[in-house]
Design a protein around this ligand. Structure first.
Ligand SMILES: Nc1ncnc2c1ncn2[C@@H]1O[C@H](COP(=O)(O)OP(=O)(O)OP(=O)(O)O)[C@@H](O)[C@H]1O
Ligand SMILES: [Mg+2]
Length: 345
């Protein structure tokens, strides 16, 4: 493990600050927060109007003096003060009070695989502002692998793919460590953007951001695979006139538009496999790839990977919360590390 499990067992709470969602696990209480990483601020007074689900619903619907901000971008906390305010509100008073009563509050957080020192510092500062005296950082890849039950501590290879909102991280793990890893800056947001751009170019239609997900669902049966419906009706706003309009769109063309950003993910998988020692690649051919993260739910994504790599592809049971559950398992001491004693000479 990248961080000592002993230190993690002493932590009282764990936070996964994602570009799309913030999740908090409190020792003994379980997952207490799973909300969008958004906050609505009154720009005249600086007051916080809403956080989480409420703030996200306000996106694009606010008067000019209310702004919906996202303190986490690309997997990094970019606005530490706002992230702290958001977390305080998401936790709520009773929980914060009970955490504050701990004599030496310790926190754990997961950070992206290639987080630079500045990004790590930002995550630590955010939690220090919440009262933590010590913060342990865990690689998201390790946390997610533990969370979905992969045998990370065993001397056999596991391949994990964390499909987040801002990026996709791919790694091969063995003996509790990352053997090779790659971070591709393509995630759920890039897929949503590809759909919006396609409709704008091909149909001169502007789509409200909230309806991108329903569109993906409409394409399912199964989204990226060709056995869904041939066309679907979609509501939007005409780019030129600004009036509401509905058009019938060809699902195959949307699938193609989605596939373009996803080829970057395939390149990432290829690179990880090329950098991996041959013995481990043999393990992987049997065990396949485990997909976690919210974007693993993109309909047909797993099928596309299966076709492109020829390897078995599995989706974790609750892919979106794997990373925070992995942190939780470490906090509760549910992880049994493999004991590698040095042999007597
Ligand atoms: N059912 C679904 N179908 C398709 N995409 C989905 C679904 N549910 C969630 N997503 C996508 O998953 C992404 C959120 O995933 P996740 O919660 O893992 O992100 P995050 O942890 O906040 O991001 P990151 O780890 O990149 O910082 C969003 O971009 C969302 O569009
Ligand atoms: Mg995440």
């Amino acid at each position: 493990m990248t961080v000592s499990l002993d230190q993690l067992r002493r932590c009282h709470f764990a936070v996964d600050l994602g570009a799309a969602r913030t999740r908090v696990y409190v020792k003994g209480a379980g997952l207490v927060v799973d909300q969008p990483s958004a906050a609505a601020v009154n720009t005249r007074t600086g007051a916080l109007m809403a956080v989480g689900e409420f703030a996200e619903q306000m996106t694009g619907r606010t008067p000019s003096y209310i702004r919906v901000v996202r303190p986490v971008s690309g997997g990094t906390v970019v606005d530490i003060e706002m992230a702290q305010r958001m977390l305080r509100h998401l936790l709520g008073d009773p929980l914060r009070r009970s955490l504050r009563r701990k004599p030496r509050l310790r926190a754990a957080a997961c950070t992206p695989h290639d987080a630079d020192p500045l990004a790590q510092r930002a995550a630590i500062e955010t939690l220090v502002g919440l009262g933590a005296r010590r913060v342990e950082l865990v690689d998201t890849l390790v946390a997610a692998a533990v969370g979905c039950g992969l045998p990370v501590e065993q001397p056999e290879a596991s391949m994990i793919m964390v499909c987040g909102a801002a990026a996709t991280q791919i790694a091969v793990l063995s003996l509790g460590n990352i053997v090779t890893a790659e971070r591709v800056p393509v995630g759920g947001e890039a897929v949503d953007r590809a759909i919006v751009q396609h409709l704008r170019h091909e149909h001169a239609l502007m789509l409200p951001s909230q309806s991108v997900r329903p569109l993906q669902v409409a394409l399912s049966g199964n989204g990226l695979s060709p056995n869904g419906p041939a066309s679907t009706e979609i509501q939007g706003r005409d780019v030129a006139t600004g009036l509401a309009r509905s058009v019938r769109i060809d699902t195959a063309a949307v699938r193609l538009a989605i596939q373009t950003p996803l080829t970057g993910v395939l390149d990432g998988i290829g690179k990880v496999l090329r950098d991996c020692p041959p013995d481990l690649v043999a393990d992987l051919a049997d065990r396949g790839i485990m997909m976690v993260g919210g974007s693993a739910l993109l309909p047909g994504f797993d099928q596309m990977l299966r076709q492109a790599t020829g390897m078995p592809v599995h989706i974790a049971e609750r892919p979106d919360i794997c990373a925070v559950q992995g942190l939780g398992a470490m906090l509760e001491g549910r992880i049994r590390p493999l004991n590698l004693d040095t042999l007597a000479a």
